[in-house]
Design a protein around this ligand. Structure first.
Ligand code: FNR
Length: 213
């Protein structure tokens, strides 16, 4: 078993001064030596999901996203909260990644999530909505610690550096938990290769059109 853990980190914000992107940069800094965090920067290149475009060959940015998720041992998501829920751009990326159902690259993928907001609720509601998504995608969501970075402006300095020691410790714990899930999933893939990605028959409870599976 290779010891290195490769994590693809996705921020749900396109904003240059995003707290959530800054939180991911902090995570890359805090990560233990065996964990390598690559930050995904093509969220804005993805077209709006359209089932009529969801066939081979996939749009280039979509194929790139799916490949990068498939190649990663796990995902780290930092999401803002928009109107009490997941920002459309992040949900759009997840929707593209989740198709076709039979080769859903999110299936069994270890996923850790966190979020930052200027207000007092620190993405609580967005993260609850996001947790619900991992149920359908059958991703292996890290349950705790919950990382809700509320009053974010007080925890980052003017250069976007995460200075709050409590938040840094929480992010470190989250990465440690993610690593545990990655190791566990690697064992499962080795012991039960047939349970891996790409072998799932279309769900009879939700038949997708033939063109989409
Ligand atoms: C917001 N914001 C916001 N904040 C919140 O706590 N609950 C919410 O429901 C919303 N809704 C919302 C909708 C829209 C369309 C925008 C643009 C913003 C504020 C939001 O949390 C804030 O802009 C964050 O700073 C966004 O995260 P980044 O860009 O700093 O990562």
């Amino acid at each position: 078993m290779t010891d290195q853990v490769n994590i693809l980190a996705i921020s749900g914000s396109l904003r240059a001064g995003s707290f959530n992107s800054a939180l991911l940069r902090a995570a890359a800094d805090i990560a233990p030596p065996r964990t390598k965090i690559s930050i995904y920067d093509r969220l804005g290149d993805l077209p709006p999901y359209n089932a009529d475009m969801d066939h081979e060959p996939a749009p280039e940015a979509v194929a790139d996203l799916r490949r990068r998720i498939a190649d990663a041992d796990g995902l780290l998501i930092a999401t803002p909260e928009y109107n009490y829920s997941i920002p459309g751009v992040l949900k759009n990326a997840i929707d593209w990644a989740s198709r076709p159902v039979a080769t859903n690259v999110l299936r069994h993928k270890p996923v850790a999530q966190m979020g930052a907001a200027p207000g007092n609720f620190g993405t609580v509601r967005a993260q609850l909505a996001l947790r619900q998504v991992w149920l359908w995608t059958e991703s292996r969501a890290v349950v705790k610690p919950e990382v809700h970075v509320f009053r974010a402006a007080e925890r980052f300095n003017e250069r976007g550096h995460l200075t709050d020691p409590t938040t840094r410790e929480l992010v470190k714990q989250l990465l440690e938990e993610l690593t545990i899930v990655v190791d566990d999933q690697r064992r499962a893939n080795r012991d039960r290769p047939a349970a891996g990605v790409g072998t799932r028959p279309p769900d009879p409870a939700w038949p997708a059109p033939a063109s989409a599976v």
